[in-house]
Design a protein around this ligand. Sequence first.
Ligand code: PLP
Length: 398
Amino acid sequence: MSDLTGIRTPFYLYDLDLLKKTVSIASAEARRFGYFIHYAIKANNDPVISSIIRDNGLGADCVSGNEVQKSLEYGFPNSTIVYAGVGKTDEEIKLALAEEIFCLNCESAEELDVIKEIARLYGMKARVALRVNPAIEADTHRNITTGLDENKFGISLPHLKNALDICSNSEEIEFTGLHFHIGSQITSLGPYRRLCEKVNNIWREFDITAYGGSMLNLGGGFGIDYNDPEHNSIPDFKSFFEVFKRYLKLPAGTDVRFELGRSLVGQCGRIVTRVLYTKKGVGKKFVITDAGMTELMRPSLYQARHHIINTTSTGRTEKYDVVGPVCESTDVFGKDVVLPETVRGDIIHILSCGAYAGSMTLNFNLRDRAPAVYESGGRILSHNEINDLRGFGSVLMP
Ligand SMILES: *Cc1c(COP(=O)(O)O)cnc(C)c1O
């Protein structure tokens, strides 16, 4: 591990070697079956991370107009960008049409009407996939399921026929196919197998091919091992894609795509933070770090647990509640965390912070934004090396 002394904490530390390895394995496994991967840039929109993914030939999956704009800035070709979201504004739809992205993943009949209007107004044709809510249990935390009737996402099956008819009756819309995304941090393959079976039925029942559909986007959601990231740093992409190869029964030549976020970047990042105080409570001890929920919101948002290590101290272990400095009682990284006896000044690493950490940064309490530091070949990269990776020459970043 690189020498980190002297770098002001807290910061995100990204292991670019692990990132490259992960992305190249995922791409190779997808390519075996002719599948294409879009990177869900909301997982981590860091310029260096995104550029490495772009260089591996992945497309981008966006959930806002600004993400579409950012993906274009990062050099993702417009023909590889998809855009989903239940609440796209008129401006965002206009942007997607003007930039001629691959397709809009449309989430309701109401949105279709607006897309149609805007396309007509500007004399453009809108490529659209319909995001379907398949009513499938994803076996994950209830706050991150997306494919159930109670969730706001996608077009539910009773409304799908109507949406397909709007597409086929409208000159402004070019229907490309179906889109699904059933949730996040899904660690077993059962839900994906059920998704395949559901997709097969929907494709047949609604005769998607007759509507001109030839593209199937299955979304993302593949999980990572938050409990043992050091021994399980790369998800099993081989088994993941094999499930689809085995269970999807679609017309030959169907263009199958995925939108992976967490599984590509989650394990390549960690938060490096310093212990400000070890405080005695009643019946417990608190380790108070200089990172808080403002740098990693997942524990306070959905009781997520991250593996935490003390890289300074060794020896006798104790149990601590590891907490941040932010004025919220949920600003807790872990309760009863076993650490070697920890003192002020120790360096703590919170692992598996490559996804949904930096991109969820809060400005709450007017906290400073934690910077990113990049590591490769066992050392920290210089500004020039970072700029080379971004592919913008070495003048743009101070
Ligand atoms: C968030 C999201 C993804 C990526 O989810 P991961 O769990 O990070 O793989 C893919 N598609 C859509 C539409 C999303 O909203």
